[in-house]
Design a protein around this ligand. Sequence first.
Ligand SMILES: NC(=O)c1ccc[n+]([C@@H]2O[C@H](COP(=O)([O-])OP(=O)(O)OC[C@H]3O[C@@H](n4cnc5c(N)ncnc54)[C@H](O)[C@@H]3O)[C@@H](O)[C@H]2O)c1
Length: 331
Amino acid sequence: MRILITGGAGYIGSTIGSAALDAGHDVVVIDDLSEGRAEFCAGRTFYQGDIGDAELLDKVFSENRVDAVVHCAAHIVVPESVAQPLRYYENNVGKTLDLLDGMLRNGVHDIVFSSSASVYADPTDGFAVDEGHSTAADSPYARTKLMMEQVLADTAGATRLRAVALRYFNPLGADPALRSGQQRPHPTNVLGKMLDAWSEGSTFTITGCDWDTPDGTGIRDYIHVWDLAQAHVAALEHLRELVTDEQSYQVINVGTGRPMSVRELTDAFQQATGAPLRITEGPARPGDVIGAYARTDKAAELLGWHARLSVADGIRDALAWLPKRREMLGY
Ligand SMILES: NC(=O)c1ccc[n+]([C@@H]2O[C@H](COP(=O)([O-])OP(=O)(O)OC[C@H]3O[C@@H](n4cnc5c(N)ncnc54)[C@H](O)[C@@H]3O)[C@@H](O)[C@H]2O)c1
């Protein structure tokens, strides 16, 4: 297959690209490099530009016979989305509409969309959520994902579009072969902040310690980014069976099915580094949620996929990637 990955120079898109190349597919990337790295596009046909640029989309689709699109390009920082909602709606919603228009105009009908577990309402019965769990996005970022899921469902109902929304839980780690990893200088995800604190000898703040959970910290489902990438390859390879004329849109959880609290992650991190981490407690950030973990039966049944790697593997690969990130960013 020839797969177009939007945002394919970013953390997750580049890992999906490597997994797709390893599986024998061709990869084309569009990325504006607002956050991504050109280095991550080795071995792929790379177009630097904006998914909202109709001319660029027509050029990419006319120069490459694209079979399916994986749509990762987005702004992703929850507190930033609270402060700058219009910027988030413009990029994540407005420009995704442009992408869908461009696909349909050029006869490309298959899309796998990077959605997020942040679309779920707080869990009510334990912390596990399946795809039927009610949605209630808590931040502009999460609302952009939910809106796009609705747009995909409506468009798949009305056109030849076939769409799968993968709801990612909490990605961590790096490509185990270290071709790419987290590229932001100061990532805002929990492991990124832990790595920063550990390497700078500063204090790590657990944001949100009085949730109604066993240890007061949020519940997460940390999924290795390599497993996440494999789920995309499976979704692409099964897409035409997954979505039919009767059901042209599917939502699938991508998590491990194993809950872990933020505090437990700090324990796993200290085990991996063999050194204590200075930890303090702080209030939850705007848009933070109590969290949940995935029910993964649907992914197993429809994609034949389940997570294979552990949180310890993810921490190990993130630690191994850190010097490479520093070298790449020159600090
Ligand atoms: N990282 C997570 O924890 C997480 C969790 C759930 C869902 N997701 C989703 O996964 C996707 C990828 O996230 P990531 O962590 O790799 O982020 P990232 O910032 O590393 O990657 C996003 C990429 O998209 C590019 N981009 C942004 N807007 C663009 C535009 N208009 N045109 C072209 N390129 C554009 C950026 O340059 C960047 O390379 C996003 O859609 C995100 O919402 C991420």
